[in-house]
Design a protein around this ligand. Sequence first.
Ligand SMILES: Cc1cc2nc3c(=O)[nH]c(=O)nc-3n(C[C@H](O)[C@H](O)[C@H](O)COP(=O)(O)OP(=O)(O)OC[C@H]3O[C@@H](n4cnc5c(N)ncnc54)[C@H](O)[C@@H]3O)c2cc1C
Length: 457
Amino acid sequence: MDRVEDRTKERVTIPVIGGGWAGCAAALALAKAGYRIALYETAQDLGGRARRVVRDGLPLDNGQHVLLGAYAETLRSLAFVNGNVSKSPFVQRPLAISPFAQTQHDAIMLRAWRSPPPFALFAGLMSARGLSWRDRIATARWFARLRKGGYRVGAGTTAAELMAALPTRARERLLMPLCLSALNTPPARASAQVFANVLRATFDGADGASDMLLPSTDLAALFPHAIARWLAANGHVIHLRAEATIVGTVERSIVVRSEDREIRAPAAMVAVAPHQLSRAFGPAVRADESIACAIREVDRLEWEPIVTVYLGYAESVDLPAGLVQLDDKPGQWIFDRRDILARAQAGAPALAALLAVVVSGSGAHTALTNDVLTRDVDAQLRRLRPTLPRVTWSQVITEKRATYSCTPTAARPHPGRLTAGIYLAGDYTDQEFPATLEAAVRSGRVAAEQLARDVGS
Ligand SMILES: Cc1cc2nc3c(=O)[nH]c(=O)nc-3n(C[C@H](O)[C@H](O)[C@H](O)COP(=O)(O)OP(=O)(O)OC[C@H]3O[C@@H](n4cnc5c(N)ncnc54)[C@H](O)[C@@H]3O)c2cc1C
């Protein structure tokens, strides 16, 4: 599907329900295969959980997101729609992990090298600060064993069990925090297999897979708007503020209703979040055994929140480059978001620095009010760096259902055909990656390819 099929004259319309990253990716793949797309999104803008959120004139996004060089499908889709735009929407840097403050004595400082995988990681580990030589070698051996076993781990194993053989500091200050941020699930409950998949894709994948991609724009402009622009320019239709429901099948056509209009199509793509799945079908369709089974599976999934605390300062604050680690009390990672200030709208507060502090997964912090959490995070940063200037602006963005809880036993529907004519995409359907932007985009492409194979021209 890397070229565009020219079947513009006899185009069949395929409704795509859900305008998050999965729905946008599916729409693009189907459009490239020659179908006419009708994309439906309930919200007033595309993007879903990775959407633009503007507060006080600052385009903050719906919480801090990190993209990696391993996001091959996402990068491929973007290269296609941005083909003639010379400026990359990312700044790409080798993965680097540093502590926020010198006072974090147990912290680890690591820089992945620009060399072919897995040497990038091994060289990074060997030169890591905060680990003894014995720990560096034991950690490298642990990786080598995982690699030798083809990154396959026993079914039902948790990430904490997988990491039990690691030296304590490498486990607690490096691998466990990476697991929590990648799977958004505490290692004691997280799937070891999915974590191993992430390690393979990031540290043993293509050249540059472990690089961090820092977007130079907001999340909506980065992917959904870029795809929407391409779709609109090629004659496809995007309906915003338009909830759509598959209400039935008539003469082998799928009937999709949005407001008071119905369209009939040979197939439809459903790319909504798991908790929205049931609502995307009318009662007659929910009675289908395959659909009922998928709904039962997603109903059993548990959710993990992600909280991002944005702190603005009137004076500049310098952070090391890359991923900057806190001490988990309560903030886990901190990001320099001065790029947001450069895109501030008229009337935005005058700030010299904007930091985003992330707390992934469930924990005591979720019971706190925004004011108390902001105070706690500010106190944490000051404890670590007493010279920090006073906070002059703040905002908390909480997504209670950021991702499903990625446990070893969480059975999830696969991307692709759910039942005759109905196809499923979404971050929760990818079986290899945890709930991420890349999982969403991969699922969209996989489901679109199956639909195109089944429906043909
Ligand atoms: C705070 C936060 C931080 C995150 N950090 C990262 C990160 O660092 N890196 C990373 O890779 N991932 C991260 N993620 C995860 C990532 O955002 C999600 O995996 C991804 O956005 C999911 O995309 P999706 O298209 O599968 O689902 P969604 O984004 O949920 O999209 C579903 C869309 O369908 C629409 N919809 C639902 N029902 C209907 C209907 N009946 N009709 C029409 N439209 C409908 C919804 O409005 C929504 O727009 C983070 C998520 C959050 C919340």
